[in-house]
Design a protein around this ligand. Structure first.
Ligand code: FAD
Length: 389
């Protein structure tokens, strides 16, 4: 027998969880979060979860500022912990993007981000383990850092459940039934929900879910590897979060260890989200070890602890698709988060809950993220390329 709910959220990653909490907080409590496997089993669970504020357009800077505040004051804003660690953040860029970098810093400052362009000497004072070497410019954000992707997602879901939302795991959504341009029901492996509202927050599986209602997104799924290193001795491990565009890596401390991933520029490896290698390739590990040792010389003697792969769901302009679909009343997409959607999720959760309840977001102009921007020539322009946005 089907249960009547006010909304079904497909996917219990950070976005589905943040949307569920914010919907429940706004009074829309009779909702179901339906997850095909386990909490954070998509891109979220593999995320480096870096929360930095260096973006190149106004809407993302505003969103990440709000998100960062929520991550830091999670217990007051949501309840529980997001595992946020305010390490401070350094961003190293090569000489050829310095002009764009300076414009971005000016925009970020104008919008209230605590950031500044620092010298190599100051970088060494902030973090002596890091060699600023070849950088064309360096930004420092004292308030940024990283969070814990599992803890954040779990805390959001716990808070949503406390307000009345229900979570269904190991229950893949199999079909969404539509009549006369309106949603009627959602059928998963174990349940059936009568509803008028569906939020597609299924990450790399967005097109599989979209195909249930004849919606296709311009999204490609890519495999992204990360490696964990242990410095020998531990004092050589930088206690700071870093994006290093010169060596195309990012890293942050993780307990005693250093989590390192490959940033852009790099080649894309397109994969099927249901069939990809979840481990890490030996060549990748070797290459990453060389890159990290260039920026953090002490890491040359580090142990390699483990490597693994996750998935990005990437749009043509590396910005998410968020919004309604005129041809299908009540269907809302929050997909294509393009490798940087963890840090934006708290703000996305607030804005999407307003969209669902009020028909419009009062905090952010979500129309900028509409799916038709690619056809109408309103794509976002990237300052640096890839998920640096
Ligand atoms: C290696 C890596 C590093 C990253 N680093 C960062 C970073 O430092 N900072 C940052 O901001 N972002 C980062 N990201 C990106 C960020 O993690 C993602 O943008 C974000 O987690 C996406 O969350 P989501 O909830 O939209 O999707 P997901 O986390 O992918 O969740 C989607 C969920 O939907 C479920 N699902 C799919 N199909 C169905 C179905 N039919 N029925 C029910 N459930 C379904 C899936 O099982 C999954 O749990 C990184 C990503 C990766 C992979």
């Amino acid at each position: 027998m089907s249960q009547a709910v006010d909304a079904v959220i497909i996917g219990a990653g950070i976005n589905g969880a943040a949307i569920a909490f914010n919907l429940a907080k706004r009074g829309c409590k009779n909702i179901a979060v339906v997850e095909r496997f386990t909490i954070a089993s998509g891109g979220t669970g593999k995320s480096a979860a870096i929360v930095r504020q260096h973006y190149s357009n106004e809407i993302l800077i505003r969103m990440v500022r709000r998100s960062r505040d929520i991550f830091e004051f999670f217990d007051d804003e949501v309840g529980g912990s997001a595992g946020f660690v305010r390490t401070g953040y350094l961003f190293f860029v090569p000489g050829y993007v310095v002009e764009a970098f300076k414009c971005n810093i000016a925009l970020q400052k104008k919008l209230g981000v605590r950031t500044r362009d620092i010298s190599k000497e100051e970088s060494k004072e902030i973090c002596p383990q890091i060699d600023p070497g070849d950088a064309g410019a360096i930004a420092y954000e004292p308030d940024s850092g990283y969070a814990d992707p599992y803890e954040s997602t779990v805390s959001y879901l716990q808070a949503a459940k406390a307000l009345g939302a229900r979570l269904y795991q190991s229950s893949p959504v199999q079909s969404v039934h539509v009549r006369g341009g309106k949603i009627e029901c959602v059928v998963s492996a174990k349940e059936e929900f009568a509803t008028r509202v569906v939020v597609n927050a299924s990450g790399p599986w967005a097109n599989k879910v979209g195909s249930m209602v004849n919606i296709t997104y311009p999204i490609q799924v890519t495999r992204e590897q990360e490696v964990m290193f242990r410095a020998q001795p531990q004092s050589l491990c930088p206690q700071l979060t870093v994006s290093d565009m010169c060596n195309a890596i990012y890293f942050h401390p993780f307990g005693q260890d250093l989590l390192v991933g490959r940033g852009f520029p790099k080649e894309y490896e397109h994969v099927d989200p249901d069939n990809y290698a979840e481990g890490s390739d030996p060549d990748f590990i070797e290459d990453t070890a060389e890159r990290i040792a260039k920026r953090v010389p002490g890491m040359e003697s580090a142990f390699i602890l483990k490597g693994y792969s996750g998935l990005y769901d990437v749009t043509p302009d590396w910005h998410p698709i968020i919004g309604t679909h005129p041809e299908l009343d009540g269907f809302i997409s929050v997909v294509g988060t393009s490798g940087h959607g963890f840090k934006l999720a708290p703000a996305v959760g607030e804005a999407v809950s307003q969209l669902v309840v009020d028909g419009k977001s009062s905090t952010f102009d979500l129309s900028q993220f509409s799916a038709d921007r690619f056809a109408t020539g309103h794509s976002f322009k990237a300052a640096y390329g890839g998920n640096r946005a």
